[in-house]
Write a protein that binds this ligand. Structure first.
Ligand code: PLP
Length: 450
């Protein structure tokens, strides 16, 4: 018998067959088809030379489709984790999406349309940030990690920054305060013990080389028991009396009071600003906008930061500024912000709304139950707060296989499990997404039974 490997079609022949076929996505560039065909042939050769199960054309066309598919497709988040870092943190408000579209082409980014002269990309956003935070001045960079680097480098490069040992935290994998301080060119002076730091610890650490004190919000964990730390107000009073700036890395950056909705314990930007601190927070956590690092504080210090060459290296893009401006403008009316910023709307959805949505989902899902459960804020915010919700639970035999099937479809659905049940949380779903998520789960379960 002849070796099937000697019977393989040629690359050119197969490319022509694929291009003539029906299965190929429209407008697929020939170079991509050639690559896909080579791959399919290489694999066949490595196997035993036999054609793929679904035939040459279909296998190659499927590869082409995979390569042409963008990676950042919409995903349905039914985990109930509102700020899901792996799913892109904050979904943007509708006005921010429109602002991105408007800014995508030519736009007056650094151009003053009145005078026809060059302007600054930060002018409008600085004004808006002053308005919503109460700060004298503000600046926007790529993200909060970049903001910490810019602030520390400006204030304390070649000198010392004091930080409590209880605040030398790691935030999400690659962001560790001691490493960031080192990269900013400052010497870290640690004070206090892991669980307790007192004002006298800061006092003892002062030296002629002290240029700032950094306070870091313990966003993603909490300490209980025999603990104490120095309140920002006390630290600020002490340091400012000695002309030493205080930097407050807040992480989340809550701009509204959400205590009426059971969300307590996350410091607010305006409070830190009013203590005279240089305040750092993220654009895409509780603010609910695009990825950005926001800095708000005293004008004299912000002017120095804007003049640091690092500010140019860390500057935000026009589409980010457009989305951020649209998001922040909503805060001029707190109730409008709460309704129209998806992160805030999801965090404050009334329990009845969640229950209705859960019951609608359960109607698609035989064998499911509806009952109380918890959602979380995520993104290193409100680490101690679980939000009461209504969950749909569907007991299944192979939860991991069902999760994989949900991720594999279009749109992909990300869910979580609890014991041997698939769990859908309506908090992070719109009504339409809730229907689609439930339908996708029903389909996946039917396919597995078949
Ligand atoms: C999340 C967080 C950061 C990093 O923010 P990014 O915008 O993701 O860079 C820094 N500090 C604190 C306290 C945080 O919670």
């Amino acid at each position: 018998m002849t070796d099937p490997r000697s019977q393989l079609p040629s690359v050119n022949e197969l490319v022509d067959r694929v291009c003539a076929g029906e299965a190929l996505p429209a407008n697929a560039p020939r170079a991509v088809v050639v690559d896909a065909v080579r791959e399919v042939l290489d694999e066949a050769r490595a196997r035993d030379g036999t054609p793929p199960d679904d035939g040459w054309e279909s296998a190659a066309a499927q590869r082409v489709a995979e390569r042409q598919r963008p990676t950042l497709v919409p995903v349905i988040n039914s985990t109930g984790v509102v700020l899901h870092t792996n799913l892109g943190r904050a979904p943007l408000p509708a006005v921010a999406v429109r602002a991105i579209e408007d800014a995508a082409g030519y736009t007056a980014l650094e151009y003053d349309l009145v005078s026809g002269r060059r302007g600054s990309r930060q002018t409008r956003i600085r004004r808006l940030l002053r308005e919503v935070t109460g700060a004298e001045d503000a600046l926007v960079v790529n993200n909060a990690a970049a903001a910490v680097i810019l602030v520390l480098n400006t204030l304390a490069a070649g000198a010392e920054a004091i930080v409590s040992r209880g605040e030398l935290v790691e935030i999400g994998g690659s962001f560790r305060i001691p490493e960031i301080i080192a990269r900013s060119g400052c010497a870290l002076v640690e004070v206090g013990a892991t669980n307790r730091t007192h004002l006298r610890d800061y006092e003892r650490a002062l030296s002629p080389r002290t240029r700032c004190a950094l306070k870091v919000h313990r966003s993603n964990f909490s300490m209980t028991g025999f603990t104490s730390d120095v309140a920002l107000a006390d630290l600020a009073r002490f340091m400012h009396a000695r002309d030493i700036p205080v930097v407050h890395d807040l992480g989340s950056g809550l701009l509204l009071d959400l205590s009426a909705f059971g969300l307590r314990g996350e410091p607010r930007v305006t409070e830190s600003v009013s203590e005279g601190a240089v305040v750092i927070f993220s654009g895409d956590k509780l603010v609910g906008g695009p990825q950005a690092g926001l800095i708000a504080g005293p004008a004299a210090l912000l002017t120095r930061m804007a003049a640091n060459p690092l500010a140019r290296a860390l500057r935000p893009d026009k589409v980010v500024l457009a989305a951020l401006e649209a998001t922040l403008a909503l805060y001029r009316d707190p109730e409008q912000a709460r309704r129209e910023i998806p992160v805030l709307a999801m965090l404050t959805t009334p329990p009845e709304g969640l229950e209705d949505r859960a019951r609608r989902m359960a109607a698609h899902l035989p064998g499911s139950t509806v009952g109380p459960g918890w959602s979380s804020v995520g993104g290193g915010s409100f680490p101690d707060t679980a939000l009461p919700t209504t969950l749909v639970r569907v007991p299944v035999d192979h939860p991991q296989r069902v999760l994989a099937a949900l991720r594999d479809g279009s749109p992909p659905v990300v869910a979580r499990t609890e014991d041997d049940a698939i769990v859908l949380d309506p908090r992070t779903l719109t009504d339409q997404e809730a229907d689609r998520a439930a339908a996708r789960l029903a389909e996946a379960l039917a396919a597995m039974e078949a």
